[in-house]
Design a protein around this ligand. Structure first.
Ligand code: FEO
Length: 395
């Protein structure tokens, strides 16, 4: 269904309540998602972004509630990832003479996905296209989320359409930020930032400064996923500045995997050590925890303490995905430590410590290894490890 967001501006995208895995199966989306597409009716009819391919017919139905899709003059493709561009072929089959407006890098990525000889126009930061009573103003935003990403601003209505930036994977009954549960909204916005945008934090800070310096009046921020920020729209910009600065809370996250509960007992003892120094902590058994939820927890915390028994002279495979994610997300201002039980060779702790160093996470306490099941003295050493990490968190 089309939703009027402002006079002659409509949301024509799709709410996907059923989505549980995104980016293939890489990202969990417990609350679904939306693929937002915006229709602007002026002298020239403009569509900003489309939807994921499986929903292209629903997009066309939504557009038809307002205009015949054949009358679309301009299709802005802010970003080529197929959750936003997947509906382009269906739209362009109707709007045969439309111009597809892309960033200079989009001129590579959109044709690279669809191999169609559409009429393209590449725009740079600051370029404007007049559509009648309003202008579209473009701002290139590389790495928010791909090199091709771009923001589109609608003058007069003062609506910023920043595509992936400021989004959330959050299906809701109503389209605006002031109509939804605030705790859920920010939980999803943070999870989205931590799992998708965290590695680009320096660029996020720079881009926000650049956009703020344009002194554009912003009445609405309409991203391509989740709710539209209508009430105090700059609240999410301020939150992004805070998240992008990566100043963690004085808390710790303990991650572990275990076969026969030895490493689990060690995790619990480390937690007791942290608590004895009044540092809040959470423990996650990674074989049964949602990796993306845990990433959001790690993103907020100062310390990450990782444990594995030695398995085939390495770590338990259940831990590997989160370790790879920690590396790729380039989290800043973290400290770390390692622990684990072993029976014979006992390499896991060293492997984890080396991984932390590769991630630029300094190891702040000597790792604890316990042979076979941890003895009372081993658990004492774990409590001391927790206390050491806690002191480093508070330092
Ligand atoms: Fe929502 Fe980078 O796509």
């Amino acid at each position: 269904m089309a939703v009027e967001l402002a006079k002659n501006v409509y949301g024509v995208g799709v709410v996907d309540w059923a989505l549980r895995r995104f980016h293939g199966h890489e990202l969990s989306t417990h609350r679904g998602s939306t693929y937002n597409s915006y229709l602007i009716v002026d002298e020239k009819t403009t569509l900003v972004d489309t939807v994921w391919g499986p929903f292209q017919e629903q997009l066309l139905r939504n557009i038809r509630e307002i205009v015949d899709p054949a009358k679309i003059d301009i299709v802005v493709a802010n970003h080529a990832e197929t959750d936003h561009s997947g509906g382009l072929p269906a739209v362009m089959r109707q709007a045969k003479n439309a111009t597809v407006v892309v960033s200079p890098r989009g001129k590579e990525s959109i044709p690279g996905h669809y191999h169609q000889a559409w009429n393209f126009r590449a725009v740079k930061t600051g370029e404007k296209i007049n559509i009648g009573a309003h202008d579209l103003v473009f701002v290139e935003a590389p790495m928010l989320h791909w090199p091709d990403s771009m923001f589109t601003y609608l003058t007069g209505k003062n609506i910023l359409m920043p595509n992936d930036a400021f989004g959330q994977h959050y299906a809701t009954a109503f389209p605006f930020n002031d109509q939804v549960d605030q705790e859920e909204l920010y939980e999803e916005a943070l999870k989205y930032y931590a799992n998708i945008l965290a590695p680009f934090s320096p660029l996020v800070l720079k881009k926000i400064e650049e956009v703020l310096a344009l002194n554009l009046k912003v009445d609405m921020i309409a991203p391509s996923h989740g709710v539209i920020w209508r009430k105090d729209p700059l609240q999410i910009v301020k939150k992004y500045q805070q998240w992008a600065s990566q100043e963690p809370e004085k808390t710790a996250v303990i991650l572990f995997d275990t076969m026969w509960e030895g490493t689990r007992q060690m995790a619990d003892a480390i937690g007791l050590g942290l608590a004895s120094e009044n540092v809040p902590y959470r423990i996650f058994h990674m074989a049964v925890s949602d990796r993306n939820d845990v990433i959001a927890e790690i993103f907020r915390a100062r310390a990450v303490v990782i444990g594995s028994p030695t398995f085939n002279q390495g770590i338990l495979p259940g831990l590997s995905p989160v370790l790879e994610e920690i590396r790729g997300l380039k989290m800043k201002n973290k400290i770390g430590a390692a622990f684990g039980s072993y029976g014979w060779s006992g390499e896991a702790v060293k492997i984890i410590e080396e991984h932390l160093q590769r991630c630029n996470i300094p190891v702040v306490a000597e790792g604890v290894r316990a042979k076979w099941q941890p003895a009372v003295e081993d658990l004492d050493r774990c409590r001391e490890l927790g206390r050491s990490v806690a002191r480093a968190v508070k330092a």
